[in-house]
Design a protein around this ligand. Structure first.
Ligand code: HAM
Length: 427
């Protein structure tokens, strides 16, 4: 029988142990930061009814039309792997009665999302988002807070070369008016003929999306034809001005970009993206906006809401590029090196006692030579090696080697765990 090697599915990625330390650092920072701003973790399932995304993200969007991993389960239900986190949070917010009982809620989430896009650098089929959703308020201060939090989170990761771009799509009436005007422009024979194939279709099904097409010819056309259209109502203009004032007062730098539309239909008013100079074509590290109609549309109370999601994969790409992760990032503190078969029982006991005392420790399982164990300890990046030979055991002591300074001290076996714990803690 032929042995066929099974590999990870295209567009998915294994996160290896050294690399996982980078993920943990980002996730920890997210938890600490979001808590600081009063957001609480919400975990929703990875699978949802397909209809949830059709209704919220929008039937005519690329995500729903072409990119969802959808299937019919054994009970004939239409199920999709979640392509994003906002719709599930809105579903759960309504399902658990927050909208009626206690409408103002600030949530965050961390987890995998799935979109069957063509994989490339920064674009995966299973990718990971950290996001926040603040529901229950129409206040422009909330738009500002959400953007400030996104920027603070990106800054804290050490990403410098990015720009916060924002736009105001207007309320649903404004969006409707704009769509109609754009449809007329882009379906007219002279303009329509110059659009890319995708935009030819979008011109009648979702004309707003023509505005943020990346195709050069479409971009040029849009910039020639669009700038003069003024479609915002007074309330939406006032809202946007207030948002900008809050951002200015908080010292947040931004750029207004009238061509940001976003590929999800639920947005109204403010939309924004954090765009990195280091990421090539897939340059949005994070993005979000206000969605004042979504909760009502999904059967809940009429409440305003706003949120963002940052792509962890893209954040790591901006930080490290292709640079492989170091194994050393998550090394244990102490490696216990036993010399000779007779020392292993004692060494194993000490290793476990160290763990119980809260000192991350490991031991050789393969009866390697001391030289090989020292080499491994060095490669792993452990800070201390506890050397335990039969001679040392007979003397009632062991040698603790500081791998950075190469200094060795003898420690008494009877209280070695307490001693080592103190040394490792730097006391
Ligand atoms: P989104 O712009 O579709 O928005 O995704 C947000 C972020 O997820 C992107 O800026 C990017 O960093 C990352 N991302 C998206 N697709 C991929 C992919 N295929 N591969 C790698 N990273 C990807 C949303 O998902 C909205 N739910 C954001 C939001 C929250 N709006 C309001 N609240």
């Amino acid at each position: 029988m032929d042995l066929v090697m099974i590999k990870a599915i295209r567009g998915t990625k294994d996160i290896l142990p050294g690399e996982a330390a980078r993920w943990q650092a980002i996730e920890k920072r997210a938890r600490d930061f979001f808590r600081l701003y009063g957001y609480r973790e919400f975990r929703t399932p990875i699978i949802e009814e397909t209809g949830l995304f059709v209704k919220s993200v929008g039937e005519e969007t690329d995500i729903v039309k072409k990119e969802m991993f959808s299937f019919v389960d054994r009970g004939d239900r239409n199920i999709s792997l979640r392509p994003e986190g906002t719709a599930p949070i809105v579903r759960a917010y309504i399902e658990h009665g927050f909208d009626k009982r206690d409408p103002f809620q600030k949530f965050y989430y961390i987890g995998p999302m799935f979109r069957a896009e063509r994989p490339q650098a920064g674009r995966l089929r299973q990718f990971h988002q950290v996001g926040v959703e603040a529901l229950g308020s129409y206040s422009p201060m909330l738009d500002a807070e959400v953007m400030m939090l996104m920027c603070a989170f990106i800054d804290a990761a050490g990403i410098k070369d990015y720009t916060l771009k924002l736009n105001n799509l207007g309320c649903r009436d404004d969006k409707g008016r704009l769509s109609k005007v754009l449809k007329d422009i882009f379906t007219s024979p002279d303009v329509g003929a110059l659009l890319c194939d995708d935009c030819k279709r979008r011109a009648s099904t979702n004309p707003l999306r023509v505005l943020d097409c990346k195709n050069e010819a479409c971009r040029r056309l849009v910039r020639e034809r669009f700038s003069k259209i003024d479609f915002l109502c007074k309330e939406c203009r006032d809202h946007f001005e207030a948002v900008l004032r809050f951002l200015k007062d908080a010292g947040i730098k931004y750029e207004i970009d009238p061509f940001i539309v976003r590929g999800l239909d639920y947005y109204t008013k403010t939309v924004f993206e954090a765009v990195s100079g280091q990421l090539g074509a897939q340059n949005a590290i994070g993005a979000g906006g206000r969605y004042d109609k979504l909760v009502g549309d999904m059967g809940g109370a009429e409440v305003g809401a706003c949120g963002f999601a940052v792509g962890i994969d893209r954040m790591l790409l901006a930080l490290y590029g292709d640079e492989p992760a170091e194994e050393k990032d998550d090394a244990v503190s102490v490696y216990v090196a036993a010399i000779g078969a007779g020392s292993y029982a004692k060494a194993f006991g000490i290793t476990n006692a160290l763990r119980i005392a809260g000192v991350a420790s490991d031991i050789d399982f393969e009866s390697k030579s001391l030289k090989a164990q020292m080499r491994l300890a060095d490669k792993l990046g452990v800070r201390y090696v506890l050397i335990l030979g039969e001679d040392e055991i007979n003397k009632g002591e062991a040698l603790l080697r500081n791998m950075a300074t190469k200094e060795q001290v003898a420690v008494k076996l009877e209280n070695c765990v307490t001693e080592i714990a103190k040394i490792v803690a730097g006391k």
